[in-house]
Ligand binder design. Structure first.
Ligand code: GAP
Length: 472
């Protein structure tokens, strides 16, 4: 019998973060890194359902940014890079956050973020002295988030790069090899290789999904600010000064992409950076309305010729592009899009999370876009101790698995419990093989199955032969 659905939908409120974190753990989406050892701050692991959602996000992002475009190329660069790369990029000198420590309980704070909370914006380009002047002027308003005291050390610039000891066999006299502070540097290093091997004509883009690491002072809000992250980046190379129109088109393209994966437009908004980071000419964020409020989801940056100019100077290699039509040589300008997959994952979950009532009971349901759901469909025999039902269900399962790949077999508990479980992980359809399928109750229904819709709770009978088309 079809379950009656009561409209009573909600997305998580300000306490919603806890609900999402709890769902993620309960249903195998995300676990705290090294949990059995007490955890490692700012590090998370994706579980069996999480990795499916994450891979689906990456697949759709890649499709939109490589396959659906004519002039974009993919790349996968190594994580470790020559030590000079991070000097050239400005990260060894400029990639820092102002850190102060509570003298009472040793809690570390990010001074710019604490100032922000009391309505004061610190410019990214401020020197240590300038930020301390601002900090001193507002010390009375800033309390330690742990002990509530106001007794802090002065702020000092804390570099966010994570050092490794790759190749450091003597520990003396070697420059540290850093883990990437941002994934995009691999694209700049390979710009010349891509030009030489693929002969693209400017304008063209390079897309990459890669890991980045930051020694964040205070990792927070679950996947929002982590120390290890994955960034999905595109870098679009244009002629100098031909940036404005392309920048607007790229901004629109990224906005539309979020709508295409089911994010509600009212949960997105634009924010232009007032204080630009050291490399940017212009920068806009797409912000998402996370459970705690609007915050940065993706950055879209006009980086001018900064990156390639720096790498040309530090490496001594001529990375200029030669226009095949007139032989003109120039350093292209770069328009960047960069989004952390963890933030994208959280935005998608927050958007999809609903609580409502179906069949007289409360449920939590993830209304995920069907291309994002960990499982496209779940298959169950009505009763698991009836061999004829199980055999038929196994046949249907094998057929669907061949077509879709990510198909769940679920024979645990009663049908109602299975539906609730699949709702919580966002499975769009549940297929049940019952006595009608065997033709035992109503011969007209032989070889049909019940297909139940996640969002409405409605159930329809579909002939097995039409099932793939129906689910598609
Ligand atoms: N290459 C440009 C760049 O890295 P960014 O604004 O520092 O720019 C780009 O980072 C995106 O990476 C952000 O919009 C955000 O989605 C994500 N991101 C940055 N820091 C992060 C962190 N600590 N944890 C999770 N995601 C982060």
């Amino acid at each position: 019998m079809a379950e009656k659905k009561v409209e009573q939908e909600s997305r998580p409120d300000s306490n919603g973060m806890e609900k999402i974190v709890s769902l993620c753990k309960r249903r195998g989406f995300v676990f705290q890194g090294s949990e059995i050892y007490g955890g490692l701050a700012g590090i998370y692991d994706y579980g069996p359902n999480g990795v499916e959602l994450l891979n689906n996000l990456k697949r759709l992002w890649w499709k939109a940014n490589v396959y659906d475009k004519e002039n974009y190329y993919g790349l996968d660069s190594g994580m470790f890079k020559h030590p000079k790369v991070w000097e050239a990029s400005g990260h060894t000198s400029g990639f820092s956050d102002p850190l102060a420590e509570c003298r009472e309980c040793n809690t570390r704070i990010r001074v710019d973020k604490e100032l922000e909370k009391v309505g004061v914006t610190a410019d990214e380009k401020m020197s240590e002295t300038e930020i301390n002047q601002l900090f001193d002027a507002h010390r009375e308003e800033i309390k330690c988030p742990k002990c509530g005291q106001k007794n802090f050390t002065p702020a000092r610039a804390f570099n966010l790069l994570v050092k490794s000891n790759l190749g450091d066999f003597t520990s003396e006299g070697t420059e540290p090899v850093y883990l990437p502070g941002e994934a995009c540097q691999g694209i700049y290093l390979n710009f010349k290789n891509v030009v030489d091997s693929m002969n693209p004509k400017i304008p063209f883009g390079i897309a990459q999904i890669g890991k980045a690491f930051r020694n964040e002072i205070s990792p927070r809000n679950f996947l929002f600010r982590t120390r290890e992250m994955e960034q999905a980046d595109t870098q679009y190379f244009v002629k100098p000064n031909e940036n404005k129109e392309a920048y607007e088109l790229i901004k629109q393209d990224r906005w539309d992409w979020y709508l295409s994966i089911g994010i509600k437009e009212e949960n997105l908004r634009w924010k232009q950076h007032e204080n630009l980071v050291f490399y940017a000419k212009d920068a806009w964020d797409i912000e998402y309305n996370f459970p705690g409020g609007f915050d940065e989801l993706e950055g879209i940056h006009d980086r001018s010729d900064y990156d390639l100019t720096q790498h040309m100077e530090y490496s001594g290699t001529d990375v200029r592009y030669t226009d095949p039509d007139n032989g003109e040589k120039y350093i292209p300008w770069i328009l960047e899009t960069s989004v952390g997959l963890g933030r994208m994952f959280m935005a998608v979950l927050s958007d999809a999370y609903h609580e409502d009532e179906v069949g007289g009971s409360q449920r939590t349901v993830l209304k995920l876009h069907k291309e994002l759901a960990p499982y496209r469909v779940a298959v169950s025999p009505l009763l698991k101790n009836k061999p004829q039902l199980v055999e038929k269900a196994r046949e249907v399962f094998a057929m669907l698995k061949k077509e879709f790949g990510n198909v769940a077999w679920d024979d645990n508990g009663n049908v109602g419990k299975r539906y609730r479980r699949q709702d919580e992980i966002g499975t769009p359809h549940c297929v049940t093989i019952d006595f009608d399928t065997l033709g035992e109750e109503n011969p007209a229904n032989k070889d049909t199955v019940t297909v139940r819709d996640r969002d409405t709770g409605e159930q329809v009978r579909v002939p097995v032969t039409d099932l793939i088309g129906y689910i598609q």
